[in-house]
Design a protein around this ligand. Structure first.
Ligand SMILES: C[S@@+](CC[C@H](N)C(=O)[O-])C[C@H]1O[C@@H](n2cnc3c(N)ncnc32)[C@H](O)[C@@H]1O
Length: 316
């Protein structure tokens, strides 16, 4: 069959532009992969002693010796274990598996970490690097959130980066990290910092405040209501009325202008990522409010001082 077809002049320009646009989408992954390569070769972002070139803020965040470096997060997110599930997205839409991660690896994300030390290691490093960054901003810009608190449990607090920083900044506060047993195995606490291996769906230790940083976006609404229920029991069980402190994204509404295009696109990337790796999603304010009221909380307060993420205080 001869499929040759003449394209009239004015239409040809439009079609060639459309082809270029599609090529750009096809090769978008080259941005991520080239960045990963540059980081692994440790070449592009060496701190130039002679200061011949000024580094941008983004380049500085990619320096390996910067304590706020996002490099561990990049290395984890672009590891083949986490990129493989994207090749199974189509199959997942047509099967009954929980997530594309399950389709690709035959088990749930959190179970995989328990049995594969490599994932546990690079994921913990990625989370700790993000935690260092966020907690620095949090303590500097939003310290009032901790006023009057004597105890705090960081639920799903990983290896304790956030809890350690809070315990140091507020010496009168007792901090506890609750995470899965394999995540906290072998970690040593101190007088002001305890580690507990457990399951947040079962029980959360009592405290004035419960911190949930990057937890609820990992779970669907039903699972979030269970977690929030355990948190509510924990903050009311001592007769005091404490609060839950959430650090997560609140998806912005699409606007007509292009100003926030990249921010919204990034939030939607995370939304897709949560769907592919775990059972979660990113939520807009209305969806968050529904979760809080469905879990029996009476009010909440949002502070937008953490970039693409927000601080949400939720009251019983
Ligand atoms: C996305 S990470 C966030 C870690 C940390 N809050 C942070 O932002 O750096 C989610 C954490 O939840 C923990 N987690 C998953 N299921 C859990 C469960 N059932 N009980 C307690 N922790 C759990 C994971 O091990 C992991 O440390």
């Amino acid at each position: 069959m001869n499929n040759f077809k003449l394209i009239p002049g004015e239409h040809a320009t439009e079609l060639l532009n459309a082809q270029a646009h599609i090529w750009n989408h096809i090769f978008n992954f080259i941005n991520s992969m080239s960045l990963k390569c540059a980081i692994q070769l440790e070449k592009m972002f060496e701190n130039d002693q002679e200061e011949r070139y000024a580094l941008t803020d983004a380049s500085r965040l990619l320096l390996k010796d910067n304590p706020l470096s996002v490099t561990p997060f990049l290395v984890a997110m672009l590891d083949p274990v986490l990129t493989k599930p994207w090749h199974f997205l189509t199959a997942w839409f047509q099967n009954e598996d929980l997530t594309p991660f399950d389709t690709a690896h035959g088990k749930k994300f959190w179970d995989y970490g328990e049995h594969e030390a490599k994932l546990n290691h690079f994921f913990s490093n990625a989370m700790a690097s993000d935690a260092r960054f966020v907690v620095s901003v949090l303590i500097d810009k939003c310290s009032a959130v901790f006023d009057g608190l004597e105890s705090l449990v960081d639920v799903g607090g990983g290896t304790g980066t956030v809890a350690k920083a809070i315990a140091d900044a507020f010496p009168s506060m007792e901090c506890t990290v609750l995470d899965l047993p394999h995540v906290v195995a072998g970690l040593e606490g101190s007088k002001k910092l305890k580690y507990i291996g457990g399951d947040m769906f079962e029980a959360v230790p009592p405290a004035d405040a419960i911190l949930l940083k990057w937890i609820l976006h990992d779970w669907n609404d039903e699972e979030c209501i269970k977690i929030l229920g355990r948190c509510k029991e924990a903050i009311t069980s001592t007769d005091k009325k404490g609060k839950v402190i959430i650090i997560d994204m609140i998806v912005q509404n699409q606007k007509e202008d292009d100003e926030d295009r990249e921010s919204i696109e990034t939030q939607l990337f995370f939304d897709m990522l949560m769907m592919v790796l775990v059972t979660g999603k990113e939520r807009n304010e209305k969806e968050w409010a529904k979760l809080f009221f469905d879990a029996g909380f009476s009010d909440y307060k949002i502070t937008h001082k953490l970039g693409l993420r927000s601080l949400i205080e939720v009251y019983p």
